[in-house]
Design a protein around this ligand. Structure first.
Ligand SMILES: [Zn+2]
Length: 295
């Protein structure tokens, strides 16, 4: 009888353990958020990203399978600030009951002038590590609310991740500090790195403005080429997620040297150079530094 009682306790314990190992079905809008949620949720999340590696979040065209993915989601993480202009229609069509979390809630936003008397909020807030820490905190809170049994572990993962982000920020500051101020000018496809520029005192000039949806006019291109020459800008980059054909052509025709490829808003695949937010950030800082120094 005693043995039977012990067996019962073991069974109860094992069963309890099994029930508490909960897996939250998470959907994220794009790859940067997918990585952040994975770092904090670890084994307690199953993450599906609507936009995959190396895909442009501004011009995404939803697939029919996205409806099914959203329908089964417990939590849906989006950037907000106008990045995913296509997503509201998708939520309605999917009839999802998943909770929507805007990870940028609570950050200090940057506003960009897009025309005379017309400004818009820049959505690329994750490119300032201080904001990425706010993202992580919002993710942690939402995951704990959805899975209170695993709160301690999620809190610990988040603490460890935020410590890594703080170290990343200090490292990046030191790297950029060594570059003379007049050299801190960079050209990219579109305005994806203003938040990084704001954090580390770098001026970003772009061909396409705030969203990769817009096409630059001939006058805009001509004036940027003139600026590159007049101000002797050495750091000129394409972006992994953007269609860079036009920019590559302009650079070639203008006899300007390309400094490399940045990962500002889409991670690489796992075997690429930027499979996580932190690795993408390190890649970008190293490349930006070398570009600005003309190496
Ligand atoms: Zn963008």
């Amino acid at each position: 009888m005693i043995n039977f009682a012990i067996l019962n306790i073991i069974w109860f314990e094992f069963g309890f353990e099994y029930v508490s190992a909960k897996e939250i079905n998470v959907v994220t809008s794009f790859s940067v958020l997918a990585d952040m949620v994975q770092q904090i949720g670890k084994s307690h999340v199953k993450v599906n990203s609507l936009i995959g590696p190396c895909e442009d979040p501004h011009v995404y065209e939803p697939k029919p399978s996205d409806l099914n993915i959203l329908k089964h989601a417990n939590l849906i993480f989006v950037n907000g600030l106008g990045l995913e202009g296509w997503i509201n229609r998708l939520f309605i069509s999917s009839e999802t009951n998943g909770k929507i979390i805007i990870v940028s809630d609570g950050i200090h936003t940057i506003t960009n002038n897009i025309a005379k008397n017309k400004t818009v909020i820049d959505p690329h807030a994750w490119n300032n590590v201080t904001n990425a820490i706010v993202y992580a905190t919002n993710i942690e809170r939402a995951l704990i609310e959805a899975d209170q049994d695993d709160a301690d572990e999620i809190r610990l993962n988040s603490k460890f991740y935020i410590e890594q982000l703080r170290a990343l920020d200090s490292w990046a500051k030191k790297e950029i500090d060594s570059i003379p101020m007049p050299s801190r000018k960079v050209i990219t496809n579109h305005n994806s790195l203003s938040y990084l520029g704001d954090a580390y005192d770098i001026t970003f000039l772009t061909f396409q403005g705030i969203s990769s949806e817009s096409e630059p006019t001939a006058t805009q291109v001509a004036s940027l080429i003139k600026q590159i020459r007049d101000e002797k800008v050495k750091a000129i980059f394409i972006e992994n997620q953007s269609d860079s054909r036009l920019m590559t052509q302009i650079i070639k025709e203008s006899n300007i040297k390309l400094s490399g490829e940045l990962y500002p808003e889409a991670l690489s695949k796992q075997d690429g150079v930027a499979p996580t937010y932190i690795k993408a950030f390190i890649h970008n800082i190293k490349l930006l530094k070398a570009g600005m120094l003309g190496e």
